[in-house]
Design a protein around this ligand. Structure first.
Ligand code: 5GP
Length: 232
């Protein structure tokens, strides 16, 4: 399995993770699609998957906990991680920096779990280019007006920020074509069930690859051996 664009000294470890069959699932989608809710629910239902905690330079919202919702960093610390190639991907979203630390993803892999990243479309493309076993899932609300309604109901952004996110949502929709799957989140439990099906299918794909290797191994070992001949 080939990994493009070296991620500093972490490359070798990432290569091994890819060969071990670890998968990165990316959830992206426009603001108001409900991807955070879907992501959290998925992680609570499946012990073999862990929701990664991203880094951001934006301020915590009310109720958000450092280390659980995000690693809240100063810009200089964030830039340092990027410069030292310690980010699997990073992007500017809504005028703030966001990124996925390589070490966090490796920590998830070390627990023999797959990683779930809830990141924007730029991040999704960057992760895919570095880690081939990335599955891109795009989550959308059933309509644009529903997205807008959810975003306003959330009440965590001021009017100006809501408008900015809605405008960006239009641009993000255009990126859906580059994703492997699109899930319409009309109702959370059904959307979660759909993503679970995707995860199961993708894991089975990995098993099929391992199965092929096993068949090869058995074929190689199936050469007649001394003592195999029937007696008598
Ligand atoms: P929020 O500030 O509402 O939590 O997130 C804003 C946007 O940033 C969302 O689209 C979210 O998916 C994206 N985001 C969160 N973490 C990351 C990350 O680590 N990398 C990238 N590229 N985007 C992220």
């Amino acid at each position: 399995m080939v990994l493009r664009h070296a991620v500093g000294p972490m490359l070798e470890i990432l290569c091994k993770a890819a060969n071990d069959g670890r998968i990165i699932f990316v959830l992206s989608g426009p603001a108001g699609a409900g991807k955070s809710t879907v992501g959290r629910r998925l992680a609570s239902l499946d012990v073999r998957i862990a929701l990664n905690v991203s880094c951001t330079t934006r301020a915590p919202r009310e109720g958000e906990r450092a280390g659980a919702d995000y690693h809240f960093l100063h810009q200089s610390d964030f830039d340092g991680l990027v410069q030292r190639c310690e980010m699997l991907e990073s992007a500017e979203v809504h005028r703030h920096s966001y990124g996925t630390r390589v070490s966090d993803v490796l920590g998830i892999f070390a627990e023999c779990r797959d990683a779930l990243l809830e990141i924007d479309v730029q991040g999704g493309a960057a992760v895919r280019s570095k880690y081939p076993r990335t599955v891109l899932i795009f989550v959308v609300a059933p309509s644009f007006s529903e997205s807008r309604k959810r975003l306003i109901a959330r009440g965590s952004e001021d009017r100006e920020e809501v408008t900015r996110r809605i405008n960006r949502a239009r641009e993000e929709m255009l990126e859906a074509k580059n994703y492997d799957y699109i899930v319409v989140n009309a109702e959370v439990e059904s959307a979660v069930a759909e993503v679970q099906c995707i995860i199961t299918a993708e894991r089975a794909r990995m098993t099929r690859q391992r199965y092929r290797a096993l068949v090869e191994e058995m074929r190689a070992g199936a050469e007649p051996q001394k003592g195999d001949e029937p007696s008598g």
